[in-house]
Design a protein around this ligand. Structure first.
Ligand SMILES: [Fe+2]
Length: 240
């Protein structure tokens, strides 16, 4: 496939400057944006193979745990597909995820929240999408946590995602929330997103059909990366 990538839809993404999310004030550009044509450096990206992953990379319940131990918390499976804007699967791309533990605490030296660390939970993992763009991992449901923004602001339970895509133009860093969580709509970061439908796209659906009986609930989270403008003419699938 060739052709440049669709321009990022700035009405769908949050604006850079959103003063109710305090740190955006210093981090947002103070000059008008320039529009540059994409070049090879945006249309290429690193290539990843399944063999770079360890067997527990997509199992956060066990990938930091001592032998025979498991992380504490509500056991869940998170799965979905990585697609582009033309609804085509994005295959063989690295999906990384990181999160707080069940109490809402990160394993990070700058973390200051009083909730306890779980000695058997590291909080990060990775997966490579398969031929249909699918990824999957097992983890525990993260807790909500307070953060120094307003007087009493809390982040809803969430999982951070980084997706490489096939080109740097497709790189996406985002967050996933959980269906039915009343904390989502009061979050100052979520509220920087102007379009309600865009917020809903960040909320993973509880999927009863994918639950593992007597073990884990399941949440489905599909991710859409930028697509290419060119019309597709395909008489065979990519990779065949
Ligand atoms: Fe977070």
């Amino acid at each position: 496939m060739s052709g440049s990538y669709f321009q990022r839809d700035r009405t769908w993404h949050p604006p850079a400057l959103t003063p109710s999310y305090k740190t955006s004030i210093l981090r947002s550009p103070s000059q008008a944006l320039l529009s540059l044509p994409t070049s090879l450096s945006e249309e290429t990206g690193p290539v990843f193979g399944h063999d770079m992953l360890g067997p527990l990379d997509n199992d956060l319940i066990r990938n930091f745990a001592k032998d025979g131990a498991e992380a504490i918390g509500q056991r869940i499976v998170v799965y979905g597909r990585v697609l582009d804007e033309n609804a085509r699967p994005v295959r063989g791309v690295l999906v990384e995820f990181w999160q707080a533990n069940a109490g809402g605490r990160y394993r990070h030296r700058k973390e200051g929240y009083v909730a306890a660390l779980d000695p058997n939970f590291g909080g990060c993992g990775r997966a490579i999408t398969d031929g249909e763009g699918r990824y999957e991992f097992r983890t525990i449901k993260p807790g909500a946590y307070p953060w120094p923004n307003g007087v009493n602001d809390w982040r809803p339970a969430h999982i951070h995602f980084s997706v490489f895509g096939h080109a740097f133009a497709q790189r996406l860093v985002t967050q996933m929330y959980f269906e039915g969580d009343p904390m989502i709509c009061q979050c100052p970061i979520v509220r920087t997103i102007p379009d309600r439908a865009a917020i809903e796209q960040l909320v993973a659906a509880l999927d009863r059909n994918a639950t593992i009986p007597m073990d884990s609930l399941a949440y489905k989270f599909d991710i859409v990366l930028r697509g290419r403008r060119s019309t597709l003419f395909e008489n065979r699938m990519e990779g065949n």
